[in-house]
Design a protein around this ligand. Structure first.
Ligand code: CMP
Length: 140
Protein backbone atom coordinates (compact mmCIF):
# COMPACT_ATOMS: atom_id res chain seq x y z
CA UNK A 1 0.00 0.00 0.00
CA UNK A 2 1.25 3.49 -0.82
CA UNK A 3 2.71 5.84 1.76
CA UNK A 4 0.56 8.98 1.68
CA UNK A 5 -0.03 12.11 3.75
CA UNK A 6 -2.97 13.45 5.68
CA UNK A 7 -3.68 16.59 7.67
CA UNK A 8 -4.59 16.64 11.35
CA UNK A 9 -5.67 19.25 13.88
CA UNK A 10 -5.47 18.72 17.63
CA UNK A 11 -8.37 20.96 18.64
CA UNK A 12 -8.68 23.53 21.48
CA UNK A 13 -10.49 21.14 23.86
CA UNK A 14 -7.46 18.83 23.70
CA UNK A 15 -4.73 21.48 23.92
CA UNK A 16 -6.60 23.05 26.87
CA UNK A 17 -6.46 19.72 28.73
CA UNK A 18 -2.74 19.26 27.89
CA UNK A 19 -3.47 16.26 25.66
CA UNK A 20 -1.19 17.12 22.72
CA UNK A 21 1.28 14.39 23.64
CA UNK A 22 -1.38 11.81 24.47
CA UNK A 23 -3.20 12.35 21.16
CA UNK A 24 0.06 12.33 19.19
CA UNK A 25 1.07 9.06 20.89
CA UNK A 26 -2.17 7.45 19.67
CA UNK A 27 -1.51 8.72 16.14
CA UNK A 28 2.04 7.34 16.22
CA UNK A 29 0.93 4.01 17.65
CA UNK A 30 -1.53 3.77 14.75
CA UNK A 31 1.42 3.82 12.34
CA UNK A 32 1.40 7.51 11.46
CA UNK A 33 4.57 9.63 11.46
CA UNK A 34 4.40 13.34 12.35
CA UNK A 35 6.36 14.97 9.50
CA UNK A 36 5.29 18.55 10.33
CA UNK A 37 3.73 20.08 13.43
CA UNK A 38 3.08 23.55 14.78
CA UNK A 39 1.00 25.04 17.58
CA UNK A 40 -0.93 28.07 16.39
CA UNK A 41 -3.75 30.36 17.42
CA UNK A 42 -6.07 30.32 14.40
CA UNK A 43 -7.58 33.62 13.32
CA UNK A 44 -11.31 33.87 12.65
CA UNK A 45 -10.56 34.31 8.93
CA UNK A 46 -8.34 31.21 8.89
CA UNK A 47 -10.98 29.08 10.63
CA UNK A 48 -13.78 30.37 8.36
CA UNK A 49 -11.65 29.61 5.29
CA UNK A 50 -10.65 26.18 6.51
CA UNK A 51 -14.25 25.14 7.22
CA UNK A 52 -15.78 27.04 4.25
CA UNK A 53 -17.33 23.79 2.99
CA UNK A 54 -19.56 23.87 6.10
CA UNK A 55 -20.55 27.55 5.89
CA UNK A 56 -24.23 26.85 5.22
CA UNK A 57 -24.49 24.40 8.14
CA UNK A 58 -26.30 25.60 11.28
CA UNK A 59 -23.28 24.84 13.45
CA UNK A 60 -20.78 26.84 11.33
CA UNK A 61 -20.58 29.92 13.60
CA UNK A 62 -20.17 27.84 16.75
CA UNK A 63 -17.58 25.64 15.05
CA UNK A 64 -15.49 28.68 14.05
CA UNK A 65 -15.81 30.22 17.54
CA UNK A 66 -14.72 26.93 19.10
CA UNK A 67 -11.73 26.52 16.78
CA UNK A 68 -10.42 29.98 17.74
CA UNK A 69 -11.16 29.54 21.48
CA UNK A 70 -7.59 28.39 22.15
CA UNK A 71 -4.47 27.09 20.46
CA UNK A 72 -4.55 24.17 18.07
CA UNK A 73 -1.76 21.91 16.81
CA UNK A 74 -1.77 21.45 13.04
CA UNK A 75 0.12 18.41 11.79
CA UNK A 76 1.03 16.59 8.62
CA UNK A 77 0.95 12.83 9.12
CA UNK A 78 2.56 10.27 6.86
CA UNK A 79 1.94 6.55 6.66
CA UNK A 80 0.49 3.75 4.59
CA UNK A 81 -2.98 4.84 3.48
CA UNK A 82 -2.68 7.79 5.86
CA UNK A 83 -6.18 9.29 5.39
CA UNK A 84 -7.97 6.06 6.30
CA UNK A 85 -5.47 5.12 8.98
CA UNK A 86 -6.00 8.49 10.67
CA UNK A 87 -9.79 8.35 10.36
CA UNK A 88 -9.79 4.88 11.88
CA UNK A 89 -7.80 5.97 14.94
CA UNK A 90 -9.83 9.20 15.31
CA UNK A 91 -13.17 7.41 15.42
CA UNK A 92 -16.61 8.77 14.54
CA UNK A 93 -17.21 12.55 14.52
CA UNK A 94 -19.63 12.22 17.43
CA UNK A 95 -17.75 10.60 20.34
CA UNK A 96 -21.00 8.90 21.38
CA UNK A 97 -20.72 6.86 18.16
CA UNK A 98 -16.96 6.28 18.28
CA UNK A 99 -15.46 2.83 18.82
CA UNK A 100 -13.50 1.96 21.96
CA UNK A 101 -9.80 2.68 21.62
CA UNK A 102 -10.24 5.63 19.26
CA UNK A 103 -9.04 9.14 20.07
CA UNK A 104 -12.55 10.60 20.12
CA UNK A 105 -13.96 7.83 22.30
CA UNK A 106 -11.04 8.27 24.70
CA UNK A 107 -10.80 12.07 24.83
CA UNK A 108 -13.57 13.97 23.00
CA UNK A 109 -16.08 15.99 25.01
CA UNK A 110 -18.83 16.45 22.38
CA UNK A 111 -19.49 16.44 18.63
CA UNK A 112 -18.07 19.98 18.50
CA UNK A 113 -15.25 19.60 21.04
CA UNK A 114 -14.17 16.35 19.44
CA UNK A 115 -10.41 16.72 20.03
CA UNK A 116 -9.18 16.08 16.48
CA UNK A 117 -9.81 16.84 12.83
CA UNK A 118 -8.56 14.65 10.00
CA UNK A 119 -8.82 14.97 6.23
CA UNK A 120 -11.53 12.87 4.57
CA UNK A 121 -9.77 12.21 1.22
CA UNK A 122 -6.33 12.41 -0.39
CA UNK A 123 -7.53 15.37 -2.42
CA UNK A 124 -8.69 17.31 0.65
CA UNK A 125 -5.54 16.30 2.54
CA UNK A 126 -3.44 18.12 -0.05
CA UNK A 127 -5.68 21.21 0.07
CA UNK A 128 -5.66 21.26 3.89
CA UNK A 129 -1.88 20.67 4.16
CA UNK A 130 -1.27 23.52 1.69
CA UNK A 131 -3.58 25.77 3.73
CA UNK A 132 -1.27 25.65 6.75
CA UNK A 133 2.17 24.48 5.60
CA UNK A 134 4.87 25.33 3.09
CA UNK A 135 6.45 22.24 1.54
CA UNK A 136 9.80 23.16 3.15
CA UNK A 137 8.23 22.82 6.63
CA UNK A 138 7.45 19.15 5.95
CA UNK A 139 10.36 16.86 6.74
CA UNK A 140 9.66 13.18 6.26
P1 CMP B 1 -14.26 18.01 11.82
O1 CMP B 1 -13.76 16.69 11.41
O2 CMP B 1 -13.25 19.02 12.25
O3 CMP B 1 -15.12 18.63 10.62
C1 CMP B 1 -16.16 19.55 10.84
C2 CMP B 1 -16.52 19.68 12.28
O4 CMP B 1 -17.79 20.20 12.52
C3 CMP B 1 -16.55 18.29 12.90
O5 CMP B 1 -15.26 17.79 13.01
C4 CMP B 1 -17.27 18.58 14.20
O6 CMP B 1 -16.41 19.02 15.21
C5 CMP B 1 -18.18 19.70 13.77
N1 CMP B 1 -19.53 19.20 13.62
C6 CMP B 1 -19.98 18.31 12.75
N2 CMP B 1 -21.28 18.09 12.91
C7 CMP B 1 -21.67 18.89 13.89
C8 CMP B 1 -22.90 19.13 14.51
N3 CMP B 1 -24.01 18.48 14.12
N4 CMP B 1 -22.92 20.00 15.50
C9 CMP B 1 -21.79 20.65 15.86
N5 CMP B 1 -20.58 20.48 15.31
C10 CMP B 1 -20.53 19.59 14.33
Amino acid sequence: MAVTRTFSIIKPDATRRNLTGAVTKMLEEAGLRVVASKRIQMTKEQAEGFYAVHKERPFFGELVDFMISGPVVVQVLEGEDAVKRNRDVMGATNPADADDGTIRKTYAESIEANSVHGSDSDENAKIEIDYFFDEKEIVG
